[in-house]
Design a protein around this ligand. Sequence first.
Ligand SMILES: C[S@@+](CC[C@H](N)C(=O)[O-])C[C@H]1O[C@@H](n2cnc3c(N)ncnc32)[C@H](O)[C@@H]1O
Length: 290
Amino acid sequence: MTPERETRTFQRASLPRHRGHDAAAGAGRSDFAATDDYIGFCEGLRQICGIDLTQYKRPQMERRLRSYWSRLGVTKLTDALPRLRSDAAQLDNLLDRVTINVSQLWRHPDQWARLESGLLQELSAGGRLRAWSAGCSYGAEAYTLAAICSQVIPNATVRISGTDIDQRMVARAKAGEFSAADARTAPPKAMERWFERTADGWRAKPALRSMTNFEVGDLLKLRPAGSSYELIMCRNTVIYFADQIRDELHASFAHALRPGGVLVIGGTERITDAASLGLAPIHPFIYRKS
Ligand SMILES: C[S@@+](CC[C@H](N)C(=O)[O-])C[C@H]1O[C@@H](n2cnc3c(N)ncnc32)[C@H](O)[C@@H]1O
């Protein structure tokens, strides 16, 4: 599948408004700053760069924002908006602070072991594997999957799409470069086989890069077409979202899987009512669509 065709499997559509957002909208936009500088800040940021922080868990996000701005001498969040409008570097720094890009190669090794020992073979029985790393950060998850697929299903046609809201992470993912620390739990033999050494780390070999493509995308806006993937990995990303948004995303992933397809979530996450989405657990944090 070419990147162009893959792009068309995502259709932009607006989400039903989250309750918190509706309440804010009901207050009237001009009242935001007067009543709640956090909501006023979120609305301003949404206008500046399109990222809607009202969909994320407020306590954690607000703590992060206030500690970031208080170090810069700003106590009222809405006072920071003019700076973000006029200073692209400041906006970049802030997004670094709020999007939490932590990742690593072979993160959660037991999940990779389960995929490697039969599951990938089964998912690609039709000769192809279409996989989506949703919230891919700088690509460690997608390249780990590419390396394992190269190892265990060498004859399948494998296309791995990575999506992240943070364009700097997507640029890094396209480069396919990783630090030595990124590889700290990766099997040394696999690293030597599928990555090449650089001055201070590793770069994915062309064989892996040809299996992956990365795009900037907001999971809150993307609507993947039904039955488009055999495998979706969304780990350590929905934990930042409000519960209702997390549940809507899990429903959207279930819809995007073909019957028999598999959803992998993070090791601290849960799906609220997996059965109602047609998902059944087959391993801790791994679900199959019926
Ligand atoms: C902690 S990283 C997880 C990376 C990888 N999945 C892993 O488990 O190693 C979370 C990623 O989610 C991305 N993210 C946050 N909100 C997003 C959104 N609305 N749409 C797409 N990606 C988002 C962040 O930019 C960040 O790179």
